[in-house]
Design a protein. Structure first.
Length: 457
C-alpha cells in the first residue's frame, strides 16, 4: 500500500510538474516578453505591418504559407451595440474579403490559430490569399479590434456598430506557418516561424487608421520616442505647380477601384524625401497606394496611405531621392461596396485655409471645370544624400566591323534629282501643359518644367 501511495504521489508530482511547465512556458514567457498594446483612437482601427527579420523569411509565400498563430490578451470586449469584438487580416494591398479572427475574452494570455484562406460566412467572395492578389508580400494588414457589423442583434435604426475610442488589446506576436500543426505547436520560442511580427515590428506601421501601438516590457510601457507626425519640412517645399497661374485643376478617381490610377510625371531640381498634397475625398476612408518610378520607369518606392474628407496629406518616403525625372502614381485599391461610394480628388475641391465649400459635383460625376484654388502637390525638400548611388545602365560596347579594303576606285555618285529630306527634330520630353491620354486637364505651367497627368481605366 505504501508503495502504491508513493507511486501515486510520484505520479502526481510528475503530472503536476508537466502541467506547471506547460503553463509557465506560456504564462512566464508572456509576462516577461515584450508585447504591444493596440488602442483604438476611433472607429475602424488597423495597421499595415512589415514582417520582422527575426523570422525565417521577411516576405511571405501566400500559396504555401496559409496559417497564422496570434498570441494575445483581451482588455476590452464590446462594441457600441454590445457585440463581442472580432479581428481580421487583409492581404497587402488590402482587398476584400477579410480573414476573420475570433477572440476568447478571458483576460489571460491566449493563442488563436487562423486559417488565412478562410473568409467570413456572410461574404460571397472567395479568398484572395494567393500570389495573384497578394503582391505586396513583405507586409500584411491587421485589424485587432473590429466591430461585428454582421451580428443578428444589431439595431438597424442605430446604424452600424463601431469600435469604442480608447478600447484596447495586447498582442505579443503574430507568427505565420505552412501547416496548421506548426501553428498549433508554436509557443513563441524555439524554431523561427516562416514569417513573424514581433513586438518591434508591431509598433512600426507603414499605414494605419485610428490606432496607437505602445510597446510594453515586463508589464511596463517602454520609453520609446513618439514617431514624428510627418517628414521633416524644415527645408521647405518644391511646388509642382505655378501659384501665379491661379486655379488648379483636380484629378480624380470616381469610384476608387482596384487599379484605377492617377499618374503625375515631373522633373525636379531638388532632392526630396516626402510628398505633400491636398485631397478632397468621400467621407469613407479611401485607401490608395503611392508609387514612385524613376526615369528608367523602375519602381523605387511603394507605400499605402489612407485619407478621408478634406485634408492636407503628407507621405514620408523611405529615403532621399535626387533631382531628375519621375512618375508618381496614385493607385486605387479594391473597396467594399457595402461602405458606399468612394472617390478621391487630388489637389483640389477645397481651399486649404478655412476649408471653404468647393463646387466639385459629386452626384452625377466629378468635373475638372468646377474647382477652387488649392495647392496641387509639392515635394518635401531634403539634403543631398552623399551615399546615394544612382543606378547605371550597363552598356556592352559593340565592336566596329573591320574596314574593307577597296578593290577599285569608287565611282562618283550622281547628283540628287529630288529635294533633300529635312533632318527630323529630336523629340523632347513632353513639356508643361501636355496631357497624356484623355479626359484629364493639367494644372497650368509648372515651375519644374514638366508635369503631366492621366487616368487609367
Amino acid at each position: 500500500m505504501k508503495k502504491l501511495i508513493a507511486l501515486l504521489v510520484s505520479l502526481s508530482l510528475v503530472l503536476g510538474m508537466a502541467v506547471i511547465g506547460a503553463v509557465s512556458a506560456f504564462a512566464e514567457g508572456a509576462d516577461e516578453a515584450e508585447y504591444v498594446r493596440f488602442t483604438a483612437d476611433g472607429n475602424d482601427p488597423y495597421g499595415t505591418f512589415t514582417f520582422s527579420d527575426k523570422g525565417t523569411n521577411t516576405t511571405i509565400d501566400p500559396d504555401t504559407v496559409t496559417w497564422a498563430a496570434v498570441r494575445y490578451r483581451t482588455i476590452s470586449q464590446k462594441d457600441t451595440q454590445d457585440n463581442d469584438y472580432i479581428a481580421q487580416f487583409y492581404i497587402s494591398p488590402a482587398q476584400e474579403p477579410c480573414i476573420p479572427v475570433t477572440w476568447t475574452f478571458s483576460g489571460n494570455w491566449e493563442t488563436v490559430v487562423v486559417d488565412l484562406t478562410s473568409v467570413k460566412t456572410t461574404s460571397d467572395l472567395e479568398s484572395k490569399f494567393d500570389s495573384t492578389y497578394y503582391t505586396a508580400v513583405s507586409s500584411i494588414r491587421f485589424d485587432p479590434l473590429e466591430s461585428n457589423r454582421d451580428a443578428e442583434t444589431n439595431d438597424p435604426e442605430s446604424g452600424d456598430p463601431e469600435v469604442v475610442k480608447g478600447d484596447s488589446i495586447d498582442v505579443a506576436w503574430i507568427a505565420f506557418f505552412k501547416t496548421e500543426e506548426e501553428a498549433k505547436a508554436y509557443t513563441g520560442t524555439g524554431d523561427s516561424p516562416y514569417c513573424i511580427l514581433d513586438a518591434d515590428s508591431l509598433t512600426k506601421m507603414t499605414g494605419k487608421n485610428n490606432i496607437t501601438a505602445t510597446k510594453y516590457v515586463n508589464g511596463e510601457a517602454a520609453a520609446t520616442p513618439e514617431p514624428p507626425e510627418g517628414p521633416d519640412t524644415s527645408k521647405g517645399f518644391y511646388d509642382l505647380y505655378d501659384k501665379e497661374q491661379g486655379t488648379s485643376t483636380g484629378w480624380w478617381l470616381h469610384p476608387v477601384a482596384e487599379g484605377a490610377t492617377i499618374d503625375v510625371e515631373f522633373e525636379t531640381p531638388v532632392w526630396f524625401n516626402g510628398v505633400e498634397f491636398f485631397a478632397f475625398c468621400s467621407e469613407n476612408n479611401v485607401h490608395l497606394i503611392l508609387e514612385l518610378y524613376d526615369d528608367n520607369d523602375d519602381l523605387v518606392y511603394e507605400g499605402q496611405f489612407t485619407t478621408s474628407s478634406n485634408a492636407s496629406v503628407q507621405v514620408s518616403l523611405d529615403k532621399a531621392y535626387p533631382s531628375g525625372y519621375y512618375r508618381m502614381s496614385f493607385v486605387g485599391e479594391d473597396h467594399d461596396e457595402d461602405i458606399g461610394d468612394t472617390w478621391f480628388v487630388l489637389g483640389s475641391g477645397m481651399l486649404p485655409e478655412g476649408l471653404e465649400e468647393g463646387d466639385i459635383t459629386v452626384a452625377g460625376g466629378l468635373t475638372n471645370d468646377s474647382t477652387k484654388d488649392a495647392p496641387m502637390i509639392s515635394l518635401i525638400i531634403t539634403d543631398e544624400d552623399p551615399d546615394y548611388e544612382k543606378p547605371t545602365e550597363v552598356v556592352t560596347p559593340t565592336k566596329e566591323p573591320p574596314a574593307e579594303t577597296p578593290t577599285s576606285e569608287p565611282e562618283p555618285t550622281e547628283e540628287p534629282t529630288a529635294e533633300p529630306v529635312a533632318t527630323p527634330e529630336p523629340q523632347k520630353k513632353p513639356g508643361c501643359g501636355t496631357v497624356i491620354g484623355g479626359g484629364i486637364a493639367v494644372i497650368g505651367l509648372l515651375a519644374c518644367g514638366a508635369f503631366l497627368a492621366k487616368r487609367k481605366h
